[in-house]
Design a protein. Sequence first.
Length: 251
Amino acid sequence: MSDGKLSGQFFDAAIGLLRRVRDEEAEAIESAGTLLADTLASGGRLFAFGAGHSSLAAQDVVYRAGGLALMNLLAVPGVVGVDVMPATLGSALERVDGLASAVLDSSPLRAGDALVIISLSGRNALPVEMAMKARALGVKVIGVTSVAYATETTSRHVSGTYLKDHCDLVLDSKIAVGDAELTLDTIPAPFAPASTVVTSAILQAVMATAAGNLADRGIEPPLLRSGNVDGGHEWNGRVMEKYGDRIFYLR
């Protein structure tokens, strides 16, 4: 089998997942966008969190051209990406009880804010505890996860629950357990993960919905422009000045 055929199979698999999400999660995505718009309109702040590769989708909506300026990254040291050495430490930290509580206790998150938590499996202690603690603080939580993991894996949180069990809204990425779309007789393990593609698309759909919802209310969405187009930096400067008290990546 040629590499070209495999690449086509991967694109077909990713497109199929995107179509499923578009059709099956449309109502949840609309609700999530509305929740973010409600939060923004009422003076709340917006945050996103993900660990390991799930952090990529969180970072993708923070300080992003065409995105909402008020999306902030809730970072947990050591789990944001593969820059920590050894990389396996990040995976280990996801299973540490109490870490999420310690992070939230020292974070700017407060009642009335909204937090998007991204975790493909939703089974590790960190995202579960993050959701539980955030909701106890009066924060609205949107979980982006693969619901299939809750029926095919064991929770690693002491409660035996998953991220999906502690959210105001759940967006199901439909990713199969193991996050690998392709198999081949000559390759002993499944390969070609699609979770980043699908999860990022879900979040961008939520952001688009939030922007449109704000516009429908007569509120100009606080969007960023590309710094690589004429006038982009000046535009962003005005947005950041207006909303600076709710933008934490400037501090």
